[in-house]
Structures are given as structure tokens and as C-alpha cells.
Design a protein around this ligand. Structure first.
Ligand SMILES: Cc1cc2nc3c(=O)[nH]c(=O)nc-3n(C[C@H](O)[C@H](O)[C@H](O)COP(=O)(O)OP(=O)(O)OC[C@H]3O[C@@H](n4cnc5c(N)ncnc54)[C@H](O)[C@@H]3O)c2cc1C
Length: 403
């Protein structure tokens, strides 16, 4: 009897889940007719979200159709609107609006995350975000359109809300991007605002001096211990009353898991992620595995949890897909673990900082770390070659090899 695994999402976790399931199916000599694997997403492609702060964001997409064909994975174009875990079905809405019900034997939820926008007056109307491709493209168009406007303080000033990883990467990229657009002579200001006492608050003290030095070198100003209180057409007002004239506010104030997580009868954390079992199964809906940015998963015995990162999403996906297939094929499922955690934070045109461990021990900085960041962004996080052996090696490595 034919059975099927349905995977929602073709991002880092969804692609890896599909490859992980396909690899085990192949290893066990099971045919695609006996066990079908279907990825449902708006297009058979992966958005390289970690690169959305860079120039030409419209190019940050990797095709997946050939990879899926090479590994006997079906792609169904559409967006999932509902998950009925009691009936084991999902509803898929295609681009033309047609709605269809799709049954599943095992479901992998890999629908990722969206930016979190708090109810700050004017944020929805006047702010930009760049956590999704369309948002990053809209921001890039806006930046280029600034060149058509007469020079003014507002035109030349970018305010970044949030001094976490993505906020810092945007803020340190902006001086270069803006001077290319507005000219070297433009009096460009980039200001990063955060309620925290320090930039990169999640990284602790050790990397801070280098990050602060890079901000100073690039002329990026900081406003700390203060939030953005309101936005309007001409600028922002901070919580302490300071007014900054700006046409560009980039909001980088955190992420929330896909709203599909709310449709499952499951415990969720403060980021909306589903609290999963060690094999990434949803305890209350055991035919569903949650992965990537939708899962709150423990990485190690020390009690650390996966971050919303592609580093974790790739490995979580590889485990979830393997386990969904294992569950249907009568094989034991594997407990997810990821003992090694590293970060590589981009800090402008010629520097980055690479840290190891949850306590962010600095390993390398400057041009050497920048070379690592380029390798990560331009090679490591891209899909493997569209060829079965390479794809299976890639997904196995994602599950087994530590940095
Ligand atoms: C600007 C930026 C910079 C970042 N930098 C880094 C970094 O340096 N390092 C790092 O590790 N991480 C970084 N991240 C985080 C990283 O991109 C995410 O953690 C990662 O993309 C999560 O992978 P995922 O597969 O869970 O979700 P995603 O990559 O978001 O993929 C989700 C998939 O689900 C699909 N989908 C969503 N909803 C539906 C639906 N209803 N129906 C069907 N399909 C759906 C989407 O189209 C997509 O294919 C960054 C993120 C951003 C935005």
C-alpha cells in the first residue's frame, strides 16, 4: 500500500527534511511509488534568508526543482492554509486560488518564521523589514529610489531598529550600500537603536569590543537603553523624546514561528515554536514532526535549545525527514542533537566575527572571519548539486558532522 510524507516548506529545514526522507527510502530499497515524498511551498526554490541584508536581494533564491527530480521528491506549488491533525489532512491553496485537500501519513512542518512587528505607532505604515524576500526587495527598491530625491537629512539617514544579529548586519552593510546609491559625498548617517544596554545582547561580553569597534570604524551611531516609540512620514521618535529625521527605518526586532504552528494542539514557546520530543515529533500529534524555525528542540544535555538559525534548521530538517520516513518504514527514529554552536556575524565590507559555543568565545575576527562569512553565505548554505549521491552525502553530513 502506498504511503506519503508531506513536508510544508522548502527552506533550509524543508529541503533537508525531503532529502533526509529520500535518503532513507533509497537506503531501504523502497520505491517512490510505495513511499511518496511531497514538498508543498509557493515555489520549488529556497530563499537564502541569511543573505537578505546584502545587495541585490532578488538574487538570493536557489532553485530546487532539479534536486527534487534527482531524488524523486515531488513538489506541489501552493500555500498551506490549514492543518487538520485529527483527520491527517492539510488544505493547499494554489496561486490561482484553487483549494485542495491533501492527506498525509506523516507531516513535517517546516514553514519557517516571519519578522515580529510590535504595535509601535507608524511601524506597519512607515517601517521596512527584510526578513522575507519580498520585503528585502521592497527595501532595496526604496533605497535606490532615494537617489531621485533631493538631498536631505531624512534621505541620507537610515535607522535600524534592533541591535541583534540581523540588525547589526543591516547597519554595518548600509554605509556601503547607501554611498553606492547616493554617492560618496552624501552625508550618510546610520543609527542603530535597541532597548538593551549593549549591542548584540545575546552574545555576551567577549565579542562586544570588536563589534563596537567596527561600528565606530564604519561611523554607525548607536542609541541604547531606548526603544523606537513612534514612526511617521518624516522620521522616528525614540522613547526618550529624541527625534531623528529619516526616510528609512529597518525593523529587525525579532522573529516568530509560522502561524501554522498555532493550528496544532501543542505547547508553544514565546517565539511560537512547538515544543517537540527528542525525535522532533509533536507530542500531541504524533504523526507530525516540527522542524527548523517552527520547533523548540533541545540541542544537548546541557539544556540548550536550537536558535532560529539556518545552522540549526538544516540539521533539524535532516533529522525530521529521516525520522518521518523511519516512522513509516518501521525503523527506529533518531534523537536530534547538535552539540556544537557557532556564529559568524558580518560587520561590513571587510570584517566579521566568528564565535564558538553558547557563551560566544571569539575565534577569529576581521578579514579572516569575513572570508569564512563569505564561504558560509555563498557556498555552505546553498542546496547541494542536483545529483542523488551528492544530495544524500550532504544531508547525512548535515545530520552527523559538527563544525
Ligand atoms: C536577514 C536575515 C539574516 C539571517 N542571518 C542568519 C545567519 O547569519 N545565520 C543563520 O544561521 N541564520 C540566519 N538567519 C535565520 C535563518 O534564515 C532562518 O533561521 C532559517 O531560514 C530557518 O529555516 P527554515 O527552513 O525553518 O525556514 P525558512 O527558511 O523561512 O523556510 C520556510 C519555508 O516554508 C515556506 N512556507 C511558509 N509558510 C508556508 C505555508 N503556509 N505553506 C507552504 N509553505 C510555506 C516558505 O515559502 C519557505 O519555503 C537570518 C534570517 C534573516 C531574515
Amino acid at each position: 500500500m502506498s504511503r506519503n510524507i508531506v513536508i510544508i516548506g522548502s527552506g533550509f529545514a524543508g529541503m533537508m527534511a525531503a532529502l533526509g526522507a529520500s535518503r532513507l527510502r533509497h537506503e531501504k530499497g523502497v520505491s517512490p511509488d510505495e513511499l511518496a515524498i511531497t514538498v508543498v511551498s509557493p515555489a520549488p526554490e529556497m530563499v537564502i534568508r541569511p543573505r537578505l541584508y546584502e545587495r541585490n536581494p532578488e538574487q538570493m533564491v536557489a532553485p530546487l526543482a532539479e534536486l527534487f527530480a534527482a531524488t524523486d521528491i515531488d513538489h506541489r506549488q501552493g500555500s498551506v492554509e490549514t492543518i487538520d491533525s485529527a483527520a491527517s489532512t492539510i488544505t493547499v491553496v494554489a496561486a490561482d486560488g484553487a483549494s485542495a485537500t491533501l492527506p498525509y501519513d506523516r507531516l513535517v512542518l517546516a514553514a519557517g518564521s516571519d519578522g515580529f512587528a510590535p504595535p509601535i505607532p507608524g511601524l506597519a505604515e512607515f517601517g521596512f523589514a527584510a526578513t522575507q524576500l519580498d520585503e528585502a526587495v521592497a527595501l532595496d527598491r526604496h533605497l535606490h529610489a532615494l537617489a531621485e530625491k533631493p538631498a536631505s537629512a531624512a534621505r541620507n539617514t537610515v535607522v535600524v531598529g534592533g541591535a541583534g544579529f540581523t540588525g547589526l548586519e543591516f547597519a554595518t552593510e548600509m554605509p556601503g550600500r547607501l554611498s553606492e546609491i547616493l554617492g560618496e559625498d552624501a552625508d550618510i548617517r546610520v543609527i542603530i537603536v535597541d532597548r538593551s544596554e549593549h549591542v548584540a545582547p545575546a552574545m555576551g561580553a567577549e565579542p562586544r569590543p570588536f563589534i563596537e569597534e567596527r561600528l565606530r570604524a564604519l561611523g554607525v551611531e548607536t542609541r541604547l537603553n531606548v526603544g523606537i516609540a513612534a514612526l511617521d512620514k518624516g522620521g522616528v521618535t525614540l522613547g526618550d523624546g529624541e527625534r531623528i529625521e529619516t526616510s528609512t527605518v529597518i525593523w529587525s526586532g525579532g522573529m516568530r514561528a509560522s502561524p501554522l504552528t498555532a493550528q496544532l494542539p501543542a505547547e508553544r514557546d514565546n517565539l511560537g515554536r512547538i515544543v517537540v520530543e527528542p525525535d522532533l515529533r509533536v507530542p500531541e500529534a504524533p504523526h507530525i514532526f516540527a522542524t527548523g524555525d517552527t520547533a523548540r528542540a533541545r540541542t544537548d544535555a546541557a539544556g540548550n535549545y536550537a536558535a532560529m538559525s539556518c545552522q540549526h534548521a538544516r540539521r533539524l530538517g535532516a533529522f525530521a525527514g529521516h525520522n518521518a520516513a523511519a516512522d513509516l518504514l518501521g525503523e527506529p527514529t533518531l534523537p536530534y542533537d547538535q552539540p556544537v554552536y557557532v556564529t559568524c556575524l558580518d560587520l561590513g565590507p571587510d570584517a566579521a566575527i566568528f564565535t564558538r559555543g553558547w557563551d560566544s568565545q571569539v575565534q577569529i575576527t576581521g578579514a579572516q572571519a569575513k572570508a569564512v562569512k563569505k564561504e558560509i553565505n555563498e557556498v555552505w548554505i546553498y542546496p547541494p548539486a542536483a545529483e542523488r549521491t551528492a544530495a544524500y552525502e550532504n544531508v547525512l553530513a548535515a545530520r552527523t558532522i559538527d563544525f
